[in-house]
Design a protein around this ligand. Structure first.
Ligand code: EPZ
Length: 430
């Protein structure tokens, strides 16, 4: 199993290209199930989660062809992928596939809208919490779907003439349930109004792509989204938006090690709240023509308190990385996680590097230390594992991160991007 070896202490200087967003690419790929025409997505990141979803969509009958930009070591990235689903050949998403990646549950929306039925395995729990699917079920039922849960599967059927538009207000903000209800409602009869919808940029990206396919969606980016149902959708060409979590992660890495880095092909507007927190921690952040420049010279890291929240709040997907940064702040900071109940697995691993963190309920208290010292650590989930990489970059000596398959789910060419900026990071295959 691969591991990542980091020798800390180098500042980061250079340019890091930001990839297309994993969390936008996944729902966009799933939207290809809504049409028999070709959906072409540009700037799709080369990640384990994308490959897994390609397998899942193939199982439903989506024909997929990839045009890669072939670069370095014969690997392709920033790929353009064509998805064509002439016919849905299977409306079942089996446990073996869904259990590997929670987002694959989202196929339930398009399958139900286009075929009138879907049988999708419950995704089950995951390392960051129980993550139920009640909002999906309640929302689809509001569109008149009949839903039964049997043997670990959700069996959903639409009425004779298809789903029926309705008003539905989410009792809690959910990115995935907003994606699914929005996709399902595009082909419903009549108009759907979703209240308390997620406002994340990835929701806006999906809505824009669906509109390019012929859907009639308005209000994306606000908490009320209106979808006027249409009879069918066509193909489209769409570019996946930049990965705001990758952007924020590298910005925090620079704030941690010091240095001067340009994050290319990204946009400050995608992560205002997180960038503001990094600024308050002592880094200078400015817009460039094609991205963001992050600089930290001289001054130490200041303690900053944050609370995670749905967009436009501080993203839960950057919480672990920010904690990594705060471990070396000159003072005490507090981080409160409000989205997931168990997203602090990185605390114990950061402690192995010398961090001083104590937990009380959903709040972590971080007492900054003047130095971290490299150690063997274990990746526990995608974002937790990259927080260990960030801390390892600033720690003295060698940090060896095991179970890096978590990182491969969401960070394209991590070692290469960091090495080109002067970090000492390498992948070790046993
Ligand atoms: C998306 O997950 C992201 N995944 C997550 O990123 C991200 O952490 C999360 O949104 C929050 O921003 C993708 O986009 C693929 P939610 P999602 O439904 O949609 C509860 C990463 O590291 N909830 O917005 O699954 C849920 O348990 C991943 O890239 C219900 O109670 O998250 C959570 O507490 C991890 N019932 C809260 O809502 C439901 O039916 C928000 O979850 C659905 C969700």
């Amino acid at each position: 199993m691969d591991r990542i070896r980091i020798v800390g202490g180098n500042k980061l200087n250079g340019v890091i290209p930001i990839s297309g967003a994993k969390n936008a690419a996944l729902p966009l790929m799933i939207a290809s199930l809504l049409t028999d025409d070709t959906l072409t997505l540009e700037n799709v990141p080369h990640l384990a989660d994308v490959e897994q979803l390609i397998r899942i969509l193939g199982n439903h009958g989506v024909d997929i062809s990839v045009n890669g930009r072939r670069e370095r070591q014969g690997e392709s990235y920033a790929r353009t992928i064509h998805f064509t689903c002439r016919n849905i050949v299977d409306t079942t998403a089996p446990y073996e596939l869904v259990s590997k990646m929670r987002a694959s549950f989202w196929v339930i929306g398009p399958l139900l809208a286009r075929e009138g039925r879907a049988r999708v395995s419950l995704p089950g729990g995951c390392a960051i919490g129980t993550r139920p699917v009640d909002l999906f079920i309640e929302g689809l039922a509001a569109l008149s779907a009949n839903i039964e849960i049997d043997g670990g599967y959700v069996n959903a059927t639409a009425p004779e003439g298809g789903l029926i538009g309705a008003r539905y207000t989410f009792p809690k903000v959910s990115v995935g349930a907003t994606h699914v209800l929005m996709m399902a409602a595009t082909l419903a009869n009549g108009t759907t109004v979703l209240g308390n919808a997620a406002r994340e940029p990835e929701v806006v990206d999906l809505a824009n792509c669906l509109n390019a396919m012929g859907a009639k969606i308005t209000g994306q980016g606000t908490s009320t989204i209106t979808i006027e149902g249409v009879r069918s959708l066509s193909g489209a060409r769409h570019r996946v938006l930049p990965d705001r979590i990758e952007t924020g992660t590298y910005a925090m890495a620079v704030a941690m090690t010091g240095g001067d880095v340009i994050l290319e092909d990204t946009d400050m507007a995608l992560l205002d709240t997180a960038l503001e927190a990094i600024r308050r921690a002592g880094a200078e952040i400015t817009a460039t023509n094609s991205g963001i420049r992050v600089v930290r010279n001289g001054a130490g890291i200041k303690p900053v308190d944050i609370v995670t929240d749905p967009f436009p709040g501080f993203p839960t997907d950057l919480q672990a990385q920010f904690m990594g940064l705060m471990t070396m702040a000159k003072g005490t900071s507090h981080i409160t996680e409000t989205i997931f109940e168990n997203r602090f697995m990185h605390v114990q691993e950061l402690a192995r590097l010398g961090a001083k963190i104590s937990l009380s309920g959903q709040t972590a208290k971080i007492e900054g230390v003047s130095r971290l010292k490299g150690a063997p650590v274990m990746a526990t989930d995608l974002r937790a594992s990259v927080s260990l990489v960030i801390a390892g970059l600033a720690a003295e000596g060698e940090t060896m991160v095991s179970r890096v398959y978590h990182l491969d789910r969401g960070f394209e060419r991590l070692e290469e991007k960091l090495t080109r900026c002067g970090a000492h990071v390498e992948r070790v295959s046993d």
